[in-house]
Design a protein around this ligand. Structure first.
Ligand SMILES: [Fe+2]
Ligand SMILES: [Fe+2]
Length: 218
């Protein structure tokens, strides 16, 4: 089993921080990307697994884009940009989020039309884009952010994340997304982020789920 330090930024892994929460979410997104990559292989051979592809797109739209990219674009990035006007790295990340949305749209359109080859092309493009994007955030931007953010700012950002989970996503959405991601992992033989205790601690630190009511949090 990978240790915390194999994937997370160089922060104290016992400390929930503005960037460690997002790195924990990256692990779930990477899990879904691995399943999507397997779907692309099947699709390229003419066998588009439509139900699984719809589920993957739901997680990517809701968990990866609306929730995770929402936290970045609306909370973390502005906090960094307020300190360094014209901060370049966040502008690059915002542009890659826009590219990703176009590929999600392309996957959705291919799925609706039953276009297996078109879906495979868009899915591969999205997997490549998001893997590289996550690598840049974990290895570069979040390390910079960790140095820029003091404890008070970190606490304020965590509060803002909680508001997104509770007010924008709604209680239970986070849990539902993790459950779909884990079902896809089982189908495609992908390792589950939720099997790692440190990742689960990060995934459940700010979500709006009622932990006791959800078996994944037990
Ligand atoms: Fe991002
Ligand atoms: Fe991210």
């Amino acid at each position: 089993m990978p240790s915390c330090h194999d994937h997370l930024p160089p922060v104290d892994c016992d400390r929930v921080s503005a960037v460690s929460i997002l790195s924990g979410e990256h692990r779930v997104i990477l899990q879904v990307l691995a399943a999507l990559e397997a779907m692309a292989v099947r699709s390229a051979a003419g066998d588009l697994p439509a139900a699984d592809a719809r589920d993957a797109l739901e997680v990517l739209r809701t968990f990866a884009d609306k929730c995770h990219h929402g936290k970045e674009e609306d909370i973390l990035f502005p906090a960094l940009e307020a300190q360094v006007p014209g901060f370049g790295p966040t502008q690059v990340m915002r542009a890659e989020h826009v590219e990703g949305r176009a590929l999600i749209r392309a996957m959705g359109e291919a799925l609706a039309a039953g276009g297996a080859a078109t879906f495979a092309d868009a899915a591969r493009g999205y997997v490549d884009l998001l893997r590289a994007h996550i690598g840049k955030e974990d290895d570069i931007l979040f390390r910079i952010a960790q140095e820029m953010l003091g404890p008070e700012q970190d606490a304020a950002i965590l509060d803002a994340y909680r508001r997104i989970e509770h007010d924008d996503m709604g209680d239970g959405t986070h849990f539902r997304m993790l459950a779909i991601a884990d079902r896809l992992a089982g189908t495609y033989g992908v390792a589950r982020a939720s099997d790692d205790a440190q990742t689960m601690a990060l995934l459940t630190a700010v979500c709006g789920c009622r932990h006791g009511a959800n078996p994944i949090h037990a």
